[in-house]
Ligand binder design. Sequence first.
Ligand SMILES: *[C@@H]1O[C@H](CO)[C@@H](O)[C@H](O)[C@H]1NC(C)=O
Ligand SMILES: *[C@@H]1O[C@H](CO)[C@@H](O)[C@H](O)[C@H]1NC(C)=O
Ligand SMILES: *[C@@H]1O[C@H](CO)[C@@H](O)[C@H](O)[C@H]1NC(C)=O
Length: 294
Amino acid sequence: MTFMKAYLITMFSAFCIILFMRKLFFHKNYDLNKFSTAKGLVDIEEINKNVFNIFDEWQKVADNGLTIDPPKEIPKPTEFLLNNYTRLEYYYWNQTPKNTNLTLEYWNQTYIDNLVKAAKINPSKVPLSYLDECLSVYTATKHFGIKDKIGAVIGSQQPWAEVFLLANGVKHITTVDYYQLSINHPKMDFLYAPDLPLKKEKYYGKFDFIVAFSSIEHSGLGRYGDPIDPIGDIREMNKIHCMLKPNGLLYLGFSVGVDKIAYNAHRIYGRMRLAMMFEGLLFLFRWLSTKNLF
Ligand SMILES: *[C@@H]1O[C@H](CO)[C@@H](O)[C@H](O)[C@H]1NC(C)=O
Ligand SMILES: *[C@@H]1O[C@H](CO)[C@@H](O)[C@H](O)[C@H]1NC(C)=O
Ligand SMILES: *[C@@H]1O[C@H](CO)[C@@H](O)[C@H](O)[C@H]1NC(C)=O
């Protein structure tokens, strides 16, 4: 485990989108796609399948059930809070699918294409969930090139990220979420998050890039119906490793600051947990919001 360069860890809580390139899972200093083991030269996909069992381990947690009502008190505080070195405050939300009167969203082609048309003229005209912060996804994916690439968006309730990707010329996007979305567009499809372990073979090493903006920091807290899991966010990062191609890009957006859980709303990432999240990824670039949101 190494700490990220100090300049990345700003000591104020602001939204941040960070661009990474996927390197090998552990041997991040070696840009090799195959490495020596007792069983000969192997690639990281084989290790992910046979050693880390990332999807099966996630499935074991999920078998305890998706969250219907998130616990009001933080469960297993020692584990969630890294032996209590993580700040804790309470900011409770219950937005599981069963507790939200969210009408099923239909993302049809006309709806999406009209938004894409608007985005091409002025990206800030697209309805955004976090105002200006979301525009960093437009800028980042424009500058680092997703044209004609295949990608995924992890966590999405409104199609703004997808619309930005389409405006920037993406070939195909898979949206992954705990809410059931109905997507009908030739360049898009939907994957219900709990189905991922069943379909893992299809998704190993599939994506050129992944966008996860305001998503991973919620994983494991049950707010959106995901299984309660002290390392839900880290498991999510491991799944992203499995789904990205080697050298694939991850556009990751969440808040950085002092390590904190605002239970059960979100986590803030600081010196301890950022390092755990970034294992095996090469830091490329960062866009930091000037707004102090949390
Ligand atoms: C962390 O705090 C919780 C709640 O105060 C307590 O139950 C637990 O024993 C603490 N764990 C450690 C390792 O200090
Ligand atoms: C959902 O709608 C029902 C019926 O309109 C209402 O009684 C309930 O309070 C609503 N629940 C939430 C979480 O808004
Ligand atoms: C497409 O979606 C929009 C927004 O959800 C909706 O208003 C419209 O009726 C839909 N059109 C068709 C043809 O389904």
